[in-house]
Design a protein. Structure first.
Length: 325
């Protein structure tokens, strides 16, 4: 097997998770496949580069790698990413390497470096949700989007917040080796293969996706579809239509692969979505109940009490962003 050479480009105060998360995805793929990826970690001058957490990473200089032999270029994000300008040496190298690389990617606010190199002009792109406006202002030719976990526009891939680099790497593995290998890597790393909607992660969806995808790829898409349609009609008939199956065939296949009922899965995913809303925002509980498909606040309250032993308001008080230290 010929290894695809993947180069991670770092700079001082880069985010370690932007490197380590995707690198572990490719490493797990190598373990499963017996090879497939040659990982290189580069910086402008080589040597030790300190991440934003102060951890030193040994890197090779940019000049040590022949861009013509590069398959995938991945630019990580970090503190100071927005400070790079079009005439910076690192940006010039990225621009040159992109001419021969099969794919060019950014993680988190590494999109600023691709934008400075002119690689995002006229393309759709994502970055960390809190830096969308900061990216759009100096680069008006970039069509910056808020919600996706990652985006592919031609040969250019961009990903959102810090952990979204793992989602991006899984998508790259799937692009190279198919869904079966990507799912196997996700299972080994215990992460969600394909997060849908906004920048959120739902562990129940991972478990359901793993079980349902074991024998039927159509069913593997079901958890993501449910997450995108929590407020819709999610009866067995509607779920069966979403995967192109007759209701009876769907019910039998679901029971055989999942072991539970479709209604229980829907309830679990609605509950996890509501938890995420309570943890990360200030949306009123009544509105969350509507968005997540519970119908009314009292039904969501009963679901929380059955599963978690606390009502939604108490859950937010304990786990929300505005909780006391």
């Amino acid at each position: 097997m010929i290894d695809r050479r993947i180069a991670f480009v770092l700079f001082d105060r880069a985010l370690g998770l932007n490197l380590n998360g995707p690198a572990e995805v490719f490493g797990a793929a190598n373990h499963l496949l017996g090879g497939g990826y040659d990982l290189q970690v580069l910086s402008e001058t080589g040597g030790l580069v300190r991440t934003s957490a102060g951890i030193a990473v040994d890197t090779r200089p940019l000049g040590a790698l022949d861009p013509a032999r590069l398959d995938t270029l991945i630019v990580v994000g970090g503190d100071g990413a927005a400070d790079f300008t079009a005439d910076a040496p690192l940006i010039g190298w990225i621009r040159q390497a992109a001419r021969s690389a099969r794919r060019v990617c950014s993680i988190c606010n590494g999109a600023f470096l691709l934008a400075a190199a002119g690689l995002l002009d006229g393309r759709r792109a994502v970055t960390h949700w809190c830096e969308v406006a900061a990216l759009q202002a100096p680069y008006p030719k970039v069509r910056v989007e808020l919600d996706p976990i990652y985006l592919r526009d031609g040969p250019v891939w961009t990903s959102a917040g810090m952990s979204a680099g793992i989602d991006l790497a899984l998508a790259l593995v799937e692009d190279d080796h198919g869904r079966r290998i990507s799912l196997a890597v996700a299972k080994e790393l215990v992460v969600f293969l394909r997060r849908s909607g906004g920048q959120a992660q739902f562990s129940g969806a991972l478990a359901a996706q793993t079980r349902l995808g074991a024998a039927d790829s159509r069913l593997a898409e079901l958890p993501g579809w449910i997450m995108d349609n929590l407020g819709a009609d999610l009866t067995v008939e509607a779920l069966a239509r979403s995967v192109g199956m007759a209701p009876r065939s769907f019910a039998r296949a679901f029971a055989r692969q999942h072991g539970g009922t479709p209604a229980r899965l829907v309830q679990e995913l609605r509950l996890e979505a509501a938890c995420r809303q309570l943890e990360e925002g200030d949306v009123p509980v009544k509105r969350i109940a509507d968005l997540c498909g519970f119908g009314d606040e009292e039904r969501m309250r009963r679901a929380f009490l059955r599963r978690l032993g606390v009502p939604p308001a108490a859950y937010r008080e304990r786990f929300g962003r505005g909780r006391a230290a």
